[in-house]
Design a protein. Sequence first.
Length: 408
Amino acid sequence: MSNFVPAKRVAGMRQSPSMAAAQHVRELRASGRRILDLTAGEPDFDTPANITAAAVSAMAGGATKYTPVNGTPELRRAIAQRAYHRTGLSYTDTHITVGGGAKQVIFNALMATVETGVEVIVPAPYWVSYPDIVEIHGGTPVIVECPESEGFVLTAERLAAAITPSTKWVILNSPSNPTGAVYSEHQLASLAEVLEQHPHVSILWDEIYDEISFNGPTPSIVGVAPQLRDRILVVNGVSKTYAMTGWRLGYGLGSPDLIRAINTVQSQSSSCPSSISQAAAVEALTGDQAFVATALDRYRNRRDIAYRLFSNVEGLAPVRPAGAFYLFVNCAGILGSTTTFGRVLSTDRDVTDYLLESAGVATIPGSAFGASPYFRISCATSDSTLMEAVGAIESAVADLRPSAAPLP
């Protein structure tokens, strides 16, 4: 028997719910079950050929060695150019860090700044890993509920009420995973007014879905409030926009002091991102952008299909997203119902378990994102899969009985 005992910070750590859901689907499929997977938060498209070709060329040219901790000069220039085009602000090498995915950049940033006694404001619904990463580093996630009635965005009033002398960060994600909510310039300006009054609070601005927006370009808080630039860490990457999730390449832009600390952390962990992925990312950011527009059109069409189909399912109420490639579905209308095998659906977790077992459709409960009663589906799959999956869900919901109905 092993005598291995995990550290306390790991013993209480949960696996990422989205990663766990994806693994469960793989296991069910390996056992022979046919599962329609709507959990995956990644594009179903292949990485564009020009990007793959750039990686092959880099390997053939010998670009297979360690790179600087904060990325190759070519990639940092590409990141700076993209940031200038998006915000009009100039960034130098000292403002840029490159990591093994946006998640690693967030992890490194919080490792570099969060410790016991530190609070981090996390608006809910949130990306599943934000609170856990805060807790891993000894901090306290302060969850602020942002209800559907307020567009699932953090209001200035709620932000002001949540800030304390111990607040170090507020995390903002736009477009949002899981809701697809997008902050407007007015909403960001209102938040910035509050933050100007609290100079001890920094902003982690996660814009990994910035190019997947259905109503035009998404505003960036650093562009809306450049006076807060030195307190804003912008996190982005190539995973979602360019169908490069497996390449693991993300980046951050922030104050030189923060970036220096993040790079120090990285120097003691992964040393540097993959040299091949960096070469591919340069091509992604600077090469032909036709794929981005094509993919956006496909995501918009899929969103519309899923929204229309779910709107016709009695008891379910989808929330129309402005960005990203998810649909957040309110399932309050079927809570309290009884399944044909006598189980009462009391929570959104019960609902997702029921959909998996009875309909063969994998989804993620809203509770994993800090918001109930909802479930999230990914629209980053084929039209036919979406239609089949929602059809199966509709049939499963139709089989439910009101809680008061007697069982046969």
